[in-house]
Design a binder for this molecule. Sequence first.
Ligand code: MD3
Ligand code: FE
Length: 203
Amino acid sequence: GTVALGRHALVLRGLALPWVEDLMPALQALERESPFRNMTTRGGHTMSVALTSCGELGWVSDRRGYRYASIDPDTGRPWPVMPDAFRRLARHAADKAGLGPFEPDACLVNRYAPGSRMGLHQDSNEKDRGAPIVSVSLGIPAVFLFGGFRRGDKAQRVPLFHGDVVVWGGDDRMRFHGVLPLKPAEHPLLGPCRINLTFRKAG
Ligand code: MD3
Ligand code: FE
């Protein structure tokens, strides 16, 4: 089933399910190379979501603010190579949504525990605003907030489950969005955890 959230925002329910057995070992290898870390906001608060990255560029935050960088500051090494299964799933999803071809150079990996949340924000650090963003949800469910173009605009609530893929492009790329605090839950593969892979063309 495909659900349209906006003109260029599509939920592809369960699209990642056949890929999970290839995604999981790649994710484990990736987090051994560049472990999850809790970043700080510009205001100095610690985020409840843990983050790592793979691909040519990853997401870093420090006193200077947020940006994409080619070196993981926690390891001093380049980010892990984007696993083939990750890249192929991202391309497949963008094609399926009619927003391909997509060549991501960054994959941000967010890890949520029960209670973790992500406040409303816009993703505006990517140079190529014409490229879509592909997001893959794994593990326990979350409620995604799909807002408007101003912070105060009313947001639609969209439940996202294990295996769901969302593709955002065109006009919908600059919408405010976030994730409500996760309810306590257990997933048979991931335990009390949600993983979100977001693929971007950042550079
Ligand atoms: C809609 N992550 O990492 S993914 C983020 O579930 C982020 O971890 C959320 O927002 C998560 O920045 C949501 C879906 C997503 C990603 C980027 C978007 C939705 C978006 C950019 C524009 C509009
Ligand atoms: Fe975002």
